[in-house]
Design a protein around this ligand. Structure first.
Ligand code: GLA
Length: 400
């Protein structure tokens, strides 16, 4: 009897550990990450100032809640194997920094790697997973981004599951953001492992370029979009396709920035800002805090968009929203202004994944043009000009 009880207790505890924390990413996570702007040049003042700025500029109210420290915060492991932050860059320690960030009503994220060393050559978590997760929990960390450098010979599923279990065992809810660049098809096995998984190599702030063309090439906005083909059926509340951190405000044109932000919103990707918020022009802030675009990303139905029509010059993408609403994005990849004369009634829009459909012959929807401010309805053809490298982003509601 006693043995049976012990066995049952063991099974229950194993089962408890073998879960990720629920409810941390019912909508795609929103926040900021240090990597795109600062790479290894980070310190605690930057993190504190960024947290202050997120609150001061209204970005917290817009939904951005995580302040994420990427690679290179690390100092050394001590003789017992515990990791410590770099004493020069983070002299007050991570607990104090987490307290500060929490005091602003925000959450703190940290970065590690499944291998022995991170991509920046710092100590990774291999062989220290439980110890590191416990340390992060004691510091008050809320988010762990887990990278994939130096992992030759490791099973991705095994390594990410181990860290998931370590986080669970540490007992503090921490969002688990998997960053293995889509190399091992995480969408096929990571639904119960991570809250999001990267689907591609790193982003680069350009519309359609590919930098380097080697194993580590960095990808422009359209290149990353094209890597999402076939993946939407794997995404949903709690488990998202991560198209990488945003490059809005990092040198693209205003049209490209708006399109980039709209695409990430439509694709239900996490929205993690990558620019230097302390030096952001008003025009960039307006893009990043557009509440209508954010609402499309954060929509409760949690359905990733798909391309339902392509006329060779413009692409038409749809995202079914809660309450029978829809978002429609018209994308101009090209170099010329393109006029659309899109006939809503000529297209029956039907989604195999969500089973949502709409027949504009039977129902008229009112649309609102989010960036342009215009309104209209689907009883008439859509008469608009779409600038090069830009999108038209519409929100549709039934007219009854
Ligand atoms: C990888 C990741 C990036 C960033 C760097 C840090 O390239 O994909 O997002 O975390 O490592 O070294």
């Amino acid at each position: 009897m006693k043995r049976l009880f012990l066995l049952l207790a063991l099974l229950v505890s194993v089962n408890l550990h073998a879960q990720k924390f629920d409810g941390l990413a019912d909508a795609p996570q929103m926040g900021w990450n240090s990597w795109n702007s600062f790479a290894c040049d980070i310190n605690e003042k930057l993190i504190r100032d960024t947290a202050d700025t997120i609150v001061r500029l209204g970005l917290k109210d817009a939904g951005y809640q995580y302040v994420n420290i990427d690679d290179c915060w690390h100092g050394k492991r001590d003789k017992d194997g515990f990791i410590h932050p770099d004493p020069e860059r983070f002299p007050s320690g991570m607990k104090a920094l987490a307290d500060y960030v929490h005091g602003k009503g925000l959450k703190l994220g940290i970065y590690s790697d499944a291998g022995a060393t991170t991509c920046g050559g710092k100590p990774g978590s291999r062989g220290h997973e439980y110890q590191d997760a416990k340390t992060y929990a004691e510091w008050g960390i809320d988010y762990v981004k887990y990278d994939w450098c130096d992992t030759k010979g490791l099973s991705a599923q095994g390594a990410y599951t181990t860290m998931r279990d370590a986080i669970r065992a540490a007992g503090r809810p921490m969002l688990f953001s998997m960053c293995e660049w889509g190399e091992n098809k995480p969408w096929e096995w990571a639904k119960d492992v991570g809250h999001s998984w990267r689907t591609s190599a790193d982003i680069y702030p350009c519309w359609n370029c590919e930098l380097n063309h080697d194993a580590f090439s960095r990808l422009g906005v359209l290149r990353i979009l094209d890597r999402q083909a076939g993946l939407r059926k794997y995404a949903g509340p709690g488990h998202w396709n991560d198209m990488d951190m945003l490059e809005v405000g990092m040198g693209m044109t205003a049209d490209e920035d708006r399109a980039h932000f709209s695409i990430w919103a439509m694709m239900a990707s996490p929205l993690i800002l990558g620019n230097d918020l302390r030096k952001m022009p008003e025009s960039t802030l307006r893009i990043l805090s557009n509440k209508d675009v954010i609402a499309i990303n954060q929509d409760k139905a949690g359905i990733q968009a798909w391309k339902f029509f392509d006329d060779g010059r413009l692409e038409y993408w749809a995202k079914p929203l809660a309450n029978n609403e829809w978002a429609v994005m018209v994308l101009n990849r090209g170099e010329q202004v393109v006029s659309t004369n899109y006939d809503w009634k000529a297209h029956f829009v039907s989604d195999e994944v969500s089973k949502r459909e709409v027949d504009f012959k039977k129902a008229t929807y009112a649309w609102h043009d989010i960036w342009g401010g215009k309104s209209g309805d689907t009883s008439a053809k859509l008469d608009a000009k779409v600038a090069p490298h830009s999108v038209l982003l519409l929100r549709l509601k039934t007219k009854g």
